[in-house]
Design a protein around this ligand. Structure first.
Ligand code: NAP
Ligand code: ZN
Length: 366
């Protein structure tokens, strides 16, 4: 029963969450900087709900609505320069994982005098308070300390985060996800599932993270048929938002594993959305570690009502399609880049070697 578990984010999930918890905005600061993507925060109504409340509370705000999908270091730096110029003292991230992750980078860069590259050395010990409002149910970024940033100089994505990069509040209202396309709903839901799965199988899993992961996996399983049928009721969306938040709490404590470490290559080179990239690797991953984690994987299959890893693989294929075929040169390059993801490798069962990582890429290419 030895475990530790950190979760400093206050989470509210309910209908009309923003209006019902407008008191949190004043508590976080007096000048708000909103970090969001190009369209979705407007389309789903979250931006208007928030600016209405800020105006009611007489809190001046500025908006950066140019966060890229998979935000680059240049993109978050540009936003942070604007936040500084505005004199912001707290940050509101609205969107999928991309704007939420960007808001963490902005909160650190705006609160400190530092070079953007210093983010990755975690050379900071303060950040502005963050309020996170997710509009996808996938990354759980609202409750993780991680910010995943695209590094053009390294040809991959790199994450940073420490106790200062947790949001102070996460305000969850599933109505914002109603405008998601079927594909993005599926891709992001699969991301939430892989967080719970990888966290459950991580070398850093504990009895407490396992309890959350199993609840998330069971609830994801209860949505699987509806996801396949495209039957997206608000009840299902609420459940998926909960699963995503739970998955975030899990990986905040266990880290992710080789699925995420490899998935970044599909996203970077093949422009495959993050959640889908992970989902395409799940079967190969489970096959590889089955002998080491038999009992846990059998438990996952039972909760998902799947007879075997193959059946789960078929389910995922019906949701996501097939992995892209890559060349031998790409396998070598992806193997090299996967080796940069040291945390993901260390968290994976079985001390993965370079040859094994290459074998995983080969197996996933069959
Ligand atoms: P995303 O990149 O934030 O968004 C994907 C697309 O969905 C964008 O075009 C976005 O539009 C749109 N969208 C978002 N909400 C919508 C809504 N309610 N209605 C309609 N469209 C909507 O996707 P994501 O999968 O949520 O996040 C992926 C990012 O999170 C990756 O960079 C990944 O590495 C990172 N990640 C972070 C963590 C963590 O712990 N921090 C964990 C896993 C993944 P707009 O461009 O207009 O916003
Ligand atoms: Zn993820």
């Amino acid at each position: 029963m030895n475990y530790s578990f950190k979760m400093p984010v206050t989470v509210y999930q309910e209908e009309e969450c923003i209006k019902k918890h407008k008191e949190v905005f004043k508590e976080c600061g007096s000048r708000a900087f909103i970090v969001t993507g190009k369209h979705s925060a407007k389309a789903c109504g979250a931006l208007k709900d928030i600016t209405d409340v800020l105006e009611e509370e007489n809190i001046p705000y500025d908006i950066f609505d140019d966060v890229e999908n998979n935000p680059s270091l240049e993109n978050v730096t540009e936003a942070s320069i604007k936040a500084k110029a505005f004199g912001a003292d707290f940050i509101i991230g609205i969107g999928g994982g991309s704007p939420l992750d960007a808001s963490k980078a902005v909160s650190v860069l705006a609160a400190n005098d530092m070079e953007p590259l210093e983010l990755f050395k975690m050379n900071f010990n303060k950040a502005y308070p963050i309020i996170a409002v997710p509009t996808t149910s996938g990354t759980g970024s609202e409750v993780t300390p991680y910010s995943v940033v695209l590094r053009k100089d390294l040809n991959t994505k790199v994450s940073f985060g420490n106790s200062h990069t947790f949001a102070k509040y996460a305000l969850l209202d599933a109505k914002y996800t109603a405008s998601l396309s079927r594909n993005t709903t599926i891709n992001t839901a699969v991301d939430a599932f892989t967080h719970s799965l990888e966290g459950y199988l991580s070398n850093r899993a504990t009895v407490l993270s396992d309890a959350l992961a199993l609840d998330a996996i069971e609830k994801f399983g209860s949505c699987l048929k509806d996801l396949v049928d495209g039957n997206m009721t608000m009840e299902i969306r609420e459940k998926l938002m909960y699963v995503s938040m739970l998955g975030g709490m899990v990986i905040a404590n266990t880290g992710v594993t080789i699925v995420h470490g490899m998935g970044y290559c599909y996203t970077y080179f093949k422009e495959i959305p993050h959640g889908k990239a992970n989902g395409l690797l799940v079967k190969t991953y489970l096959d590889h570690i089955y002998k080491l984690k038999k009992d846990k994987i059998d438990k996952v299959l039972e909760l998902l009502k799947c007879e075997s890893i193959d059946e789960l693989g078929k389910y995922l294929e019906s949701l996501l399609g097939q992995s892209p075929k890559i060349t031998e040169e790409e396998i070598d390059e992806y193997t090299k880049l996967t080796l940069i993801q040291k945390g993901s490798i260390t968290n994976t069962a079985g001390n993965l070697t370079e040859e094994e990582i290459k074998m995983l890429w080969i197996n996933n290419n069959r």
